[in-house]
Design a protein around this ligand. Structure first.
Ligand code: HEM
Length: 216
């Protein structure tokens, strides 16, 4: 039987399969599981939101560089932009001086460095954008419900989890996966994307460990 080039696993399936174990570890990290079960305080969520501010600021600041890469703009969607909603959430949760108060943790600094370094490589940017945005559109929605249930949060303070311009996440995620699969990447670049996505999950894990050390 002839194996056609199109029989190669797609980038979206490689990313999903390649990060399955890392996803399980991230989901079951002490900080996330305790946050999800209501075992922490609102302060723990504020700390998470504060770190996410730095992560998304970096991820979204590199968009201009990514746009200049061949096919770079195919992964850029205005409706995913999160930095303004996190800023609104922090204004509500911390107060008007939040920018002077929130500081990046060591793991966040390393995460931001990795994001900045991905600005010149579409496989690496794809890995980081996939890890965060598809996560927010998937498990993020479960996290949102738990924050409402256990900590009485919302709608103000958790607008990060509400994608106003994406009323149904399933069709949007399908389009996003099509865009990933439409990138013209060779085997080496596909492998680079999967390795970077595994690294992105590990960076998130490290961040949960830093947060856990403060809040668990
Ligand atoms: C409480 C924590 C979490 C829960 C309950 C959770 C749950 C889920 C669920 C149910 C899906 C599948 C959605 C679907 O099939 O459309 C999913 C997908 C995903 N999650 Fe999580 N998740 C959590 C944490 C995380 C974290 C911390 C990250 C990364 C930072 C992450 C990244 C992803 C990604 C990238 C996908 C898309 C997988 C794919 O279809 O390729 N998740 N998550």
């Amino acid at each position: 039987m002839t194996i056609l080039a199109t029989d190669r696993p797609t980038l979206s399936s490689r990313l999903r399969e390649g990060t399955r174990e890392e996803h399980e570890s991230a989901e079951s990290s002490g900080f996330i599981s305790r946050l999800m079960s209501g075992g922490l305080s609102v302060d723990a969520y504020v700390a998470l939101a504060s770190q996410q501010f730095f992560v998304y600021s970096a991820l979204e600041a590199i968009a201009d560089d990514v746009r200049t890469l061949p096919q770079g703009s195919s992964l850029l969607f205005d409706e995913l932009t999160r930095t303004p909603s996190i800023a609104r959430d922090l204004e509500h949760l911390v107060g008007p001086d939040w920018r002077a108060i929130v500081m990046p943790l060591p793991a966040t600094v390393r995460y931001v460095e990795a994001l900045e370094a991905s600005a010149t490589s579409l496989p690496r940017y794809a890995a980081h954008a996939y890890t965060r945005y598809l996560g927010d559109l998937s498990g993020g929605q479960i996290i949102k419900r738990m924050l409402e249930r256990h900590y009485g949060l919302g709608p103000e303070g958790i607008t990060f989890y509400s994608f106003e311009e994406i009323p149904k996440s399933k069709p949007f995620k399908d389009v996003y996966r099509e865009r990933l699969d439409g990138l013209e990447l060779d085997e080496e670049q596909l492998a680079e994307a999967v390795a970077e996505a595994k690294g992105a999950f590990r960076l998130n894990q490290d961040l949960f460990a830093d947060l856990g050390a403060q809040h668990c």
